[in-house]
Ligand binder design. Structure first.
Ligand code: ZN
Length: 469
């Protein structure tokens, strides 16, 4: 969109945010909910009507506590800030973005005060994305993950040169990569009659509603992993959206449980399926057919090793399975400090680089490659990053439970039969809508509360074997 139109756009977005606030906080909604809450309809708390009433009340309370003027101001400021962030990142000039970050943090602190919290303001922001989780819960999980991963990354650093990923960096015509991506999505269970694929600068998945779920991808001619892991990840999101019960569309029972649960689905298909040895055994003959000039020698083991090359880098989106969560933990620690008032916007580049030095042993080349790389803060998304790692924790646990229930999951994947796994996820996760909070949903599906050590011990085992630790 034209840069010169940003002022007008920000006014339009503020106006729309105000209208949306008016509709969502109509007192009539509160009256109707009170009637329902006093009726027999909700006597069984896990019944469909009871869940819908409970969750609509939850949304209504949050919306009504948010002042209308603040909702409009956030929409206006983030529209302007986004454009400034793009320019600041282009010039690797944090000072240009600093006043906007400062303004957004102060608006988000006002939001937290308005919404309310028991222990720290960050709780109120986190709750929007991962209802039921507190900052203290996240901090405890993340400390445990960090303590396991930092030494693993250090161990792998010494072993890093062992496997080359050169095989994934040959010449891969983009039109054939697109055929591969769409074929992989379909083989995992993506319903092509109820969705579509497009190309964009940043891959994403949009669940519009029943029968309409859209994936965007990006491809690089000399890097098979960009498009392939992109489609595996976004297909994971899409399978969740396509698996929501259409009979409940428009109500909480037809909505995803949380961002952490959403991300558990994308990370499960991307990493636990897509980066497994079994998957590459399934895929390698298909790759040989599709890229017969490039990969006449495609060998499943070599491809599997290439897909699991580990190396600390400054970039979160391209990070491998082991280092990824440390990128997320660094962001969580910084944004928690910003909202608590322990850290000022101007301190972010130094805190960022210090986090990368301590946890990953590297320093980004500049702020564009460092603290300006993600769009989240410019968009007012604070309390969102933790859901990425939460997704990984949930995914590890769901996958382990599915494996033990389905028996030979590896064998199924090797044969390209992903249906039993998808059916298991449909039943335990997708069809549950917002019946349970994220952690409870995982506990019910797996028989135990979310445990981060399941994630880190699986990583140590897989990469220990791969790199001979
Ligand atoms: Zn995702």
């Amino acid at each position: 969109m034209p840069a010169a139109g940003v002022e007008l756009r920000s006014e339009q977005l503020a106006f729309l945010a105000g209208l949306q606030h008016d509709r969502a906080t109509d007192p009539r909604i509160g009256e109707l909910l009170s009637v329902l809450e006093g009726s027999d309809l909700v006597s069984d708390p896990t019944s469909v009507p009871a869940v819908n009433v409970r969750e609509m009340r939850y949304d209504y309370e949050r919306d009504t506590r948010m002042p209308r003027a603040l909702a409009a101001e956030l929409a206006r400021t983030t529209a302007l800030a986004h454009q400034e962030w793009v320019a600041a990142r282009q010039d690797a000039d944090f000072t240009r973005f600093r006043p906007w970050l400062d303004r957004i943090v102060s608006l988000k602190r006002n939001e937290a005060e308005a919404i309310g919290y028991t222990r720290e303001p960050y709780d109120a922001l986190l709750d929007e994305h991962e209802p039921g989780m507190t900052t203290a819960d996240i901090a405890m999980l993340f400390t445990s993950i960090r303590e396991d991963l930092v030494p693993l990354v250090a161990d792998l650093r010494d072993a890093e040169g062992q496997h080359s990923d050169g095989i994934l960096h040959r010449d891969f015509p983009v039109d054939r990569q697109r055929v591969l991506a769409e074929g992989v999505a379909a083989s995992l269970g993506f319903d092509r009659g109820a969705g579509r694929f497009d190309t964009s600068a940043h891959p994403f998945c949009s669940g519009i509603g029943p029968g309409d779920c859209r994936i965007t991808l990006r491809f690089r001619a000399h890097d098979l992993s960009e498009g392939l892991f992109g489609v595996l990840h976004e297909t994971g999101h899409a399978l969740y959206d396509q698996g929501l019960d259409p009979a409940h569309h428009g109500t909480p029972m037809g909505e995803p449980a949380s961002l952490g649960i959403h991300e558990s689905q994308s990370r499960l298909w991307e990493n636990l399926v897509g980066r497994s040895a079994a998957f590459w055994e399934y895929l390698s003959p298909r790759l040989r057919d599709l890229f017969h000039e490039t990969l006449p020698d495609a060998n499943a083991l070599e491809l599997f090793r290439a897909a699991n090359r580990v190396g600390a880098s400054a970039n979160r989106v391209r990070a491998d399975q082991v280092t990824y969560n440390l990128h997320v933990i660094i962001r969580f620690e910084i944004e928690r400090g910003l909202i608590a008032g322990d850290l000022a916007a101007g301190d972010v580049p130094a805190a960022w680089n210090e986090g990368y030095r301590r946890y990953l042993g590297i320093t980004p080349d500049d702020d564009a490659a460092g603290c300006l790389q993600d769009m989240h803060w410019a968009s007012g998304l604070i309390g969102y990053f933790p859901t990425y790692t939460l997704g990984d924790v949930f995914a590890a646990q769901l996958f382990a439970a599915a494996s033990s229930e389905l028996g030979d999951l590896e064998g199924l994947m090797r044969r390209g039969d992903f249906r039993p796994l998808l059916d298991w996820l449909r039943r335990t996760v997708h069809r549950q809508g917002r019946r349970y909070r994220g952690a409870e949903l995982v506990q019910r599906a797996t028989g135990r509360p979310p445990d981060p050590r399941l994630l880190t011990s699986a990583l140590r085992q897989k990469f220990g074997e791969l790199y001979g630790l």
